[in-house]
Structure formats: structure tokens, C-alpha cells
Design a binder for this molecule. Structure first.
Ligand code: AMP
Length: 438
């Protein structure tokens, strides 16, 4: 299947070609025809599947085809609501790229920054607005935005909206939308609350589900390191120094934890920055652009802050802490192995995290391969005497070291199914992911 079979108009096809996309991803192949027929859509898919183009292309096409009669200032015809600022910016960039030959204008609004530049853009007039919920309601309240002319509405990452407590804001926004509209609803997971919210927004939708297994298990190399909590910082330094990966995204469960990891890495001479909700928007953007342009090789993020991170050729994801919500694991490892690339994910698991591991493996329907030999095995020599790490020294030592802690070494099914030595086990993570066409 190629894009021209999807009946996409010429100016958009040209932009897709300029992006270097040759084939639609599964969600694009399934959703674009439905959306071009102006049907409502309930999409179960995560970021990394190509879902932004799946909704942006048909919306641009509709607006392009409708646009003949408009006079005066442009009115907002499409509204995309998304939970985080990073994701909002990402979506805006996508609309700009896919729409660059259409003359359609968009802008993005989000909280945490002064509103002046945003209201200025709104006053000039835009066709498409991408927004986070709080700033959207704020600017509606101040009279800068009217939703009266919205014909296309997208609620993106609905499960994350719920987790972040945006449900009331979303309800308010929905109440302001015209009844006659096309609605698109995307969520990575579909728990009952999400299904009920979808029922309020959509009228008899078509459904598209892109199974997480398709995007994670098959494309991302995954491995697991049992390690005590106290040895995690050293193991991370050790792996980053030995793996020599170009770009690594490290996940921490908490903001404080992310800062601590960065401190530890910087102390060990590894350039790293943190990105989380306690940082100002400008600091987050700067950390992100440093990471994207390669100045910073390691970015340490919390789950919410990481939502919008879209870095092509992200080589490695490290789960420094295992997430307590199994779906989060899929979101995280989906940061590598995006659309057409392959990537690697390493997870650390301390004894308290074993229940989380069990839930994750149940969800992904596979056992993550355990690295059975590494210098920081729980109860091993290095675990007991965590000191300055020199990769070469550990390379020698790990050959003779054996785990003496049975709590870790024999209680996981995974250790039987597939196990590996860190020296060869992560050979895949040393490999750069397949080059993306972008
Ligand atoms: P998304 O899930 O929308 O965040 O997209 C994930 C990544 O895939 C982004 O970097 C997109 O630019 C890229 N992408 C989207 N569609 C395609 C495609 N058909 N071919 C190659 N890359 C794509």
C-alpha cells in the first residue's frame, strides 16, 4: 500500500513525500479512509504508531476542500486537545509539515508560559488549533477563542488526560463544541472510564485498534537487569559507558528521582539533563532541543513529560524504575522503535518491582530476556561494595562473578526462558536503529 492509494490530495501527498514517508503505517492505512468519509473514529493506539499523521492528513484535506468560501479572519475549524505541552508542540509541527503546501494555518497554545505570543497568533486567525486543556479554557474565558466554527475535533491521549485529572476540563470543552462535527478519540488503553468518555464525544464511531504488541514486542529489543535499588546508579553509569549509544532516554518514576539520576550521571562525567513537570517550559524545551541536536546524549524523564518526546533514531530507552502501570511500559519503550525504526529497551528491576514486572510481561505477552551476568547482580561483589565504576575492570570481573542472591536469580520465569550475558546480551543496543526516512 502506498499513500496515493488512499486518495490523498496532491498538496498533501507532496508534503508526505518531502518527509520521506513511502508507506502508510498500519494506523494510517486503516484510519485515513474512515476519516476521509467524515466518520467518527475511536482509535486505540499509542504515540509512535504514526497516529498524528493518521488524523492530521484527513483534517487538512477536509479544510482544504471546504476552504473556498471563507472571508475575513480565519476561524478555528479544527481543534486538537492533547495532555502535554511537548505533545502539543509535536502535533503542531506535524500539521505544519503535512500542510505546508495547503495554505492552511495552525497554532498551538499551552500553559506555563506567557500568553502574549499565543493570543497574538489567535488574533491573526488560524484554521487549526492545538491546545492543552487548561490554557484552552483560560483563553476561551478571556474571549480570545471561539469554538463555534469547529467542525473537526480530536481528543488525543485520552487515558493520559484522565490520569492527569483533566476530565472536568474535557467535559467543559465538549459542551462548547458544535453538535455537528467529526470527532476523533485516541487512547493507548481503553479502561471503562475511557469507553464511557468516548461514548459522550463520539456518535457511532468506526474503530481502529493497533495492538501494542505490534509496535513494541516485535520491533524493540528488550532486556532486563535484576539489580538492587542502591546499585542502580552505578549500573546505569556502567551501561552508558560501555554501550556508547548516541541517544538514551532514561525513565524515572518521580521528578525528584529524575534529578538525582542526572546528578549521578553528571558526576560520572556523562552529560545528562532532566525533563519533568517541575521544570519551566523553557527549561524543558531547551533540554529537549539539546537532546534532539545531540548536545545531550542522555535525557532523564518522568512519564508525563516524556509523552511528547519524538526523537528520530532514539537508540535506547532505560527503565531506571519499572512503571507500576503496565501500559506505561509500552508507552516508554515505544519511544524507541518509532514508525519505521527499531530500537532497544533496558529495564532495571529491584526486588520491590517484581510484581510490576509480572504485570508488564502479562500485558506484552512475553518474557523479557534477563541479563544473567553483569557486575551489579544483587548480592554480588559489586553490589555489596558499590564504588567508582571503571568499565574495563568490570568487564574482567563479571566473567568470574556469579550471583549469590537466589531471590533474584531463580524466581522469574524469564530467567529460564531467555537469558544473556551483558557483554553479548546488549549487542543489539549498541547497534544504531535502522535509519528512518525522515
Ligand atoms: P506519531 O505516532 O504520530 O508520534 O509518529 C511517530 C513517528 O513516526 C514520527 O516521527 C513521525 O514523523 C513518523 N511517521 C509517521 N508516519 C510515518 C510513515 N508513514 N513513515 C515513516 N515515518 C512515519
Amino acid at each position: 500500500m502506498t499513500f496515493d492509494k488512499l486518495e490523498i490530495i496532491e498538496p498533501i501527498l507532496k508534503a508526505i513525500e518531502a518527509k520521506g514517508y513511502t508507506h502508510p503505517t498500519p494506523i494510517q492505512e486503516k484510519s485515513i479512509p474512515i476519516l476521509l468519509r467524515k466518520r467518527d473514529l475511536l482509535g486505540c493506539a499509542q504515540t509512535g504508531t504514526g497516529k498524528t499523521a493518521a488524523f492530521a492528513i484527513p483534517i487538512l484535506q477536509h479544510i482544504y476542500n471546504d476552504s473556498t468560501a471563507e472571508r475575513g479572519r480565519r476561524r478555528i475549524k479544527a481543534l486538537v486537545v492533547t495532555p502535554t505541552r511537548e505533545l502539543a508542540i509535536q502535533i503542531k509541527d506535524n500539521f505544519s509539515e503535512y500542510g505546508k503546501y495547503t495554505g492552511i494555518k495552525n497554532t498551538v497554545i499551552f500553559g506555563g508560559v506567557k500568553q502574549g505570543a499565543q493570543t497574538k497568533a489567535l488574533n491573526v486567525g488560524v484554521d487549526i488549533l492545538i491546545a492543552t486543556p487548561g490554557r484552552l479554557l483560560d483563553l476561551i474565558g478571556q474571549g480570545y477563542i471561539s469554538l463555534r466554527d469547529v467542525k473537526y475535533f480530536v481528543l488525543d491521549e485520552a487515558d493520559q488526560m484522565l490520569d492527569m485529572g483533566f476530565i472536568h476540563d474535557i467535559r467543559k470543552i465538549i459542551d462548547m463544541l458544535p453538535k455537528r462535527r467529526q470527532s476523533l478519540f485516541f487512547s493507548a488503553t481503553m479502561p471503562p472510564k475511557i469507553v464511557s468518555l468516548a461514548g459522550k464525544i463520539l456518535g457511532n464511531p468506526d474503530r481502529v485498534t493497533i495492538r501494542p504488541e505490534q509496535t513494541t514486542a516485535e520491533k524493540v529489543g528488550q532486556s532486563l537487569y535484576y539489580v538492587s535499588k542502591k546499585a542502580k546508579p552505578k549500573l546505569l553509569v556502567f551501561l552508558l559507558k560501555t554501550e556508547e549509544v548516541e541517544s538514551t532516554l532514561v525513565f524515572s518514576r518521580t521528578k525528584h528521582g529524575a534529578d538525582k539520576v542526572v546528578k549521578g550521571l553528571n558526576k560520572a562525567g556523562i552529560q545528562a539533563e532532566a525533563i519533568h513537570g517541575n521544570k519551566s517550559q523553557n527549561a524543558r524545551q531547551l533540554a529537549l532541543s539539546n537532546f534532539k541536536n545531540g548536545t545531550t546524549k542522555v535525557l532523564v524523564a518522568t512519564d508525563i513529560a516524556a509523552r511528547g518526546i519524538d526523537v528520530s533514531e532514539l537508540a535506547l530507552v532505560v527503565n531506571y524504575d519499572l512503571p507500576n502501570i503496565p501500559e506505561t511500559y509500552i508507552h516508554r519503550i515505544g519511544r524507541t522503535g518509532r514508525a519505521s525504526a527499531s530500537g532497544n529497551a533496558i529495564s532495571f528491576c529491584d526486588v520491590e518491582e517484581k510484581p510490576y514486572l509480572k504485570d508488564i510481561q502479562k500485558l506484552i505477552k512475553q518474557d523479557i530476556e534477563v541479563v544473567t551476568e553483569h557486575p551489579f547482580l544483587p548480592g554480588g561483589v559489586e553490589d555489596n561494595a558499590v564504588s567508582e565504576v571503571k568499565p574495563d575492570r568490570h568487564r574482567q570481573q563479571s566473567r568470574s562473578s556469579k550471583s549469590s542472591n537466589s531471590r533474584y536469580s531463580n524466581s522469574s520465569k524469564s530467567s529460564n526462558s531467555g537469558s544473556k550475558d551483558w557483554r553479548r546480551g546488549n549487542s543489539t543496543s549498541r547497534k544504531r536503529p535502522q535509519k528512518k526516512s525522515e
